[in-house]
Design a protein around this ligand. Sequence first.
Ligand code: F6P
Length: 372
Amino acid sequence: MTKHVGILTAGGDTPGLNAAIRAVGKACRGKDMQIIGFLDGFRGLMQNRMIRMDDKALSGILTVGGTILGTSRDKPHKMPVGDKTLDMTGVMLETYKKHHLDVLVCLGGGGTQKNAYRLVQTGMNIITLPKTIDNDVSMTDVTFGFDTALGIATEAIDRLHSTAHSHHRIIVVELMGHNTGWLALGAGVAGGADVILIPEIPYDTEIVAEAIRQRSRAGKRFSIVAVSEGAMSRETAVAMQEAIDAKDSAERKDDKNAAKEVIDYLEKQRANSTEELARKLEQLTGLESRITILGHVQRGGTPSAVDRLLATKLGTACAQYIEAGVFGVMVAAKGESYTAVPLEDLVGKRKVVPLDHPWIQSARLVDTCMGD
Ligand code: F6P
């Protein structure tokens, strides 16, 4: 009997999503399955907004950035509807049944894995693929989108070198990565940043300043500081932990206002930390500093060859799992191959950079200051 497959993309967009959609779609159609795509993530599933993934829809998209299906950060169980936030998982199950789906394929990062697992619990057959430029999804070697972002960020750091050098400045370049340092570390090492600051290693601003002063003494009157958006000074890390404890305690007491106050505080801390770091480094070293926030440039544009290959491998593997009736899993990258990991084993976990990771060791060996 012909299988009916649904597919959606959720969370932040990522280069390689269209390559994955194409791979799932073409491989499923090759196995005589029918496939439809829901628009704008879980919101489209709730609203039953979909398109048929025929040959025309699947053609010419391998090299295209973003996602042809659109995406959103809406969560099935906390969906903004009018002025309310509602649990819409039941409505999504109705859409699933309406289309007689045998499986729904969800392409996303850590949050999407969690949301997809919620749908598994309603009885839907789900398979996920891991995408994010942050590379922080657990139980997969790598996520698609990361390699492209790494290339873009590395090129940006390369380009910052000449201007920092010409003006004898410190350039603090902020990279994405959410609460993990994969992107800042990778691009920092590849781009030869003099300082790399990642969330996994809270930094001491004085140590960073001294590393820059030492460079000046050695006649190098500029420095590139690659900082992950989630990186924190040691003091902020302590304050953050206290705030998280306060939030947990407020939530236990059901004090929503107190918890919200703490969350606002945490967000403010994070938002200003790069500016604050640049200002302090300027004061401590006497060198002029500038900030570059790479932002969404890191997520835009055409996927790298590595990401196209990875997305195609995982997408075509996904079709094979569908054919075999393997559901409730994420198709993970494992070495040159792939594997199916039960969603229940990975949801709620984040893949952080291990402190003994070879990239950290190499960075230290080439005299890069890691802020500690
Ligand atoms: O998860 C991908 C990511 O780009 C993170 O690196 C970043 O923190 C976040 O998304 C930005 O999200 P948005 O595009 O919703 O502002």
